[in-house]
Write a protein that binds this ligand. Structure first.
Ligand SMILES: Cc1cc2nc3c(=O)[nH]c(=O)nc-3n(C[C@H](O)[C@H](O)[C@H](O)COP(=O)(O)OP(=O)(O)OC[C@H]3O[C@@H](n4cnc5c(N)ncnc54)[C@H](O)[C@@H]3O)c2cc1C
Length: 494
């Protein structure tokens, strides 16, 4: 008889675990609390438009990488997947000038030098190191602790240029990177996209993922990709139980035996994989005593291990507006709690014609939110929360129109959501949409996903390796299944 694996959570991590469990010959059943699977890799429809919640870039679109192999196994991507024809990462505006990080690095270099000749040496260094960072790929074949010497040599060779990036930018955050430039516009360009406390090298790697062709946006966006993965899971014989929240993990004599659902039903299994947020897992589904020490210290030091969420608004607009892709700009400050935000962005989703009716496009804005901002949103009563959202919708709309006067009267409100939305929808810690931010003061939070004192239990999901994100969620499910295979002394090559 086949062994049965139950998986808690139907996000990308849980779906990956399910698909790889089936591939390895197990029975797999996923239990998801929401009406649809996908978790944070989601999109929804409003007024005939589609709001894409997730993919700004998908790491692993280069078919020569091991992460692409994982996406391909999951049914997310294949050799014919069409990608959005975007040609830039984003632009930043300041005092009437605009600087852009193009996919074409030569063009970026040329234009940035023209904007700030006195920064030429620093710009050239930055561009050169983005080229070096193009060699950085996420190892998706097997967990690092299962690698053999040959695997390390192969990885070292393929990422030969990464040590140069780490040497130059490994110990600085984005604020430090910005300080290297004289031009106020270039300083903004360096800090607009990711929070200023992020390590500079992770920003270079993000940009390099795009310039190298390994970070594209599949047409149809996040929901379409999630649906392809769900179809693959079901076609392979997997059971997907939606609207089925899990209440606890059943343990007996230090062994996971199955799960109990909120409706009281018990589901027994040979192995249990949790792909939910660890802040919910430990304390709600499992006794907190099982929490790995890496998480304990990260949760207790939120300055050193921050997380990021967002306050977001989506609008319907016309498809002939001049906003090209993502543009950051300065504005009269917007207050959220005790913090003031004087830069926001708009992103025009017009690059994907499937998101809006003919002649229309979706425009979104996002104000990054920290752990402190989450606490503010959490402190509000229901009516205050609604009123604050309404106030921000009005203020942010005005700021956008001030920057882009052509949008006056052409922004139709579609939806607005906050860090609390992600907490409610996914049980996401502080509404975070990635795992812990790696800062120059903190160590990368990385765990194997097995717990001391609990057999037959494995963790998947983006939190197993910061900074998380879709590729980590995808490989995490595969890795959890490989750990089961290893325990059974079977080949881990799946
Ligand atoms: C706005 C935004 C933009 C992003 N942009 C990018 C990007 O450009 N590139 C990128 O790589 N990543 C991006 N991400 C991050 C990416 O979406 C996540 O890394 C990834 O989706 C996380 O997957 P996961 O499976 O680990 O977790 P989740 O998606 O959180 O899945 C966990 C699942 O568990 C379910 N669950 C929780 N509690 C229970 C319970 N008790 N019982 C049953 N089920 C439960 C949840 O409903 C959820 O479906 C973005 C995220 C957001 C929000």
């Amino acid at each position: 008889m086949k062994k049965k694996i139950v998986i808690i959570g139907g996000g990308i991590g849980g779906l990956s675990a399910g698909i790889y469990a089936l591939k390895a010959g197990y029975e797999a059943a996923i239990y998801e609390k929401n009406p649809v699977a996908g978790g944070e890799c989601m999109g929804w429809n409003r007024k005939g438009c589609h709001i894409d919640n997730c993919i700004h870039w998908l790491t692993g679109t280069d078919s020569s990488t091991s992460v692409w192999q994982v996406w391909n196994t999951m049914g997310a991507l294949d050799k014919d997947t069409p990608y959005a024809a975007t040609d830039k990462f984003y632009s930043s505006r300041l005092n009437g000038q605009e600087a852009t990080l193009w996919k074409d690095l030569d063009r970026t270099e040329r234009e940035l030098i023209a904007l700030s000749p006195e920064d030429e040496a620093e710009i050239k260094k930055f561009i050169q190191h983005v080229r070096y960072a193009e060699s950085c790929t996420i190892p998706g074949e097997k967990p690092m602790d299962m690698m053999k010497i040959g695997d390390y040599i192969k990885m070292g060779k393929s990422m030969a240029n990464m040590p140069k990036v780490m040497k130059e930018y490994g110990k600085t955050d984005l604020r430090g990177l910005a300080e290297r430039f004289h031009s106020p516009l270039l300083k903004k360009l360096m800090t607009d996209y990711l929070p200023a406390e992020y390590t500079a090298y992770s920003f270079l790697v993000s940009y390099a993922t795009m310039t190298s062709g390994n970070g594209n946006i599949p047409v149809g966006g996040s929901l379409a990709m999630t649906n392809r993965i769900i179809e693959r899971f079901k076609a392979m014989g997997g059971e997907l139980h939606t609207n089925t929240p899990v209440k606890r993990i059943i343990t007996e004599n230090g062994t996971a035996r199955g799960i109990e659902l909120e409706n009281g039903e018990k589901v027994m299994a040979d192995e249990v994989i949790s792909a939910v947020d660890p802040s919910f897992l430990f304390g709600r589904l499992l006794d907190r005593k099982f929490m790995p020490k890496e998480f304990e210290s990260a949760y207790s030091e939120s300055k050193k291990y921050p997380t990021t969420s967002g306050f977001q608004i989506a609008f319907k607009t016309d498809d002939d507006i001049s906003v090209e892709d993502t543009v950051f700009f300065g504005c009269e400050p917007v207050a959220i709690g005790s913090r003031r935000f004087d830069r926001i962005y708009v992103k025009n989703y017009g690059y994907d014609k499937t998101f809006a009716p003919e002649g229309k496009a979706v425009l979104q804005t996002n104000i990054p939110q920290s752990d402190e901002d989450f606490a503010y949103w959490k402190s509000l009563y229901k009516e205050e929360y609604k009123a604050k959202k309404q106030q921000l919708i009005e203020e942010v709309t005005k700021r956008i129109v001030t920057e882009f006067p052509e949008l006056e009267g052409r922004l139709e409100f579609l939806d607005c959501w906050t860090p609390l939305t992600y907490e409610r929808y996914c049980n996401a810690y502080h509404g975070a949409y990635m795992a812990f931010v790696t800062t120059p003061d903190s160590k990368q939070v990385k765990i194997k996903g097995v717990l001391k004192g609990l057999k037959n239990f494995y963790m998947a999901g983006q939190w197993i390796m910061s900074p998380g994100g879709l590729p980590i969620a995808a490989i995490s499910g595969k890795f959890a299944v490989q750990r089961i295979l290893k325990k059974e002394k079977r080949s881990i090559e799946i």
